[in-house]
Design a binder for this molecule. Sequence first.
Ligand code: SF4
Length: 242
Amino acid sequence: MAKTNIPYVDRVWNPIVGCTPASAGCANCYAAAMHNRIAAVPNQPNYRGKVFGDVRFNPAALREPAKWRTPQTVLTCSMGDMFHESVPCDTIEQIIATMKGTPRHTFLVLTKRAINLSLYRFPDNVMVGVSIENKDNMHRLDALYDVDCFHRWISFEPLIGDVGPINLGGIDWVVVGGENGRNKNIRECRAQWIEDIYLQCKALCIPYFFKQYGTRFVIDGVNTGSAAFHRKDMPVVDNPPF
Ligand code: SF4
C-alpha cells in the first residue's frame, strides 16, 4: 500500500482509513472504490470485512515513517480524510507529531473538512491542503488561510465546475485534474475551467501541476472523451515546491 502511482508523491501513508462523503466531489470517490477492491483480498486484515464508511485509526502506521531511510514525499491519508469528524483530536495530534518527528520527509495532507484544520499547528515539513471541486466549495480556501502552518496547497481535483477568481496569495502549489472513472456519472471537466486556474497561477508564479484531463474532458464544447488528448497551448507541469 505504500507505493503509489500518484505522480507528485513518492508514497502514500494511511494511519487513517475510511471516510464518508463531504460534498459533490465525493460522488465517485477513488479511495472508496480502491477500499472495496482491497477489502475483497483475503490477506488484507486492515481492510477485510470493513466498509469504507467505517473510519478507523491504525496505530501501527505511526511507526512507518521512521523506517523510510531516504527523504520521501508522502501523501498522508490517501484512503480517507484525516480530519473526518469521527477522528479524535488526540489521534490527529499523534499523526502530526509523527510527521514532525521525521523532518527528512515532506508530508502532504489534504482535506475537504477544512474547517477542522485550524484546531492544529503543523510543522514546516507538512504542506496543508484543501480539495476544491467547484465554486461552491471555495470557502475551504478561506479556512486554509486560518491554519497555523508553513506551506499551503490546493487540489482542484476532480474539477467539476468553474471555480472563478482564486485568492492565491499564500498558496505554494496547485494541482488540477478532471474526474476519472468508468461510471456513467463521471462529470465533465471543461478546458476553460482548467485554463482559468492555470492563468491565475501563472500570473502569480505559483507552481502548478496538471494531473489529468479526466474521462470526460470537454474542449470548445466538444467532449474529447480522451485522457490522451493534448492541447499544445495548455501546458503545464511546474516543479513542485518540495
Ligand atoms: S472526502 Fe475524500 S476520501 Fe472522503 S469520501 Fe470524499 S473524496 Fe472520498
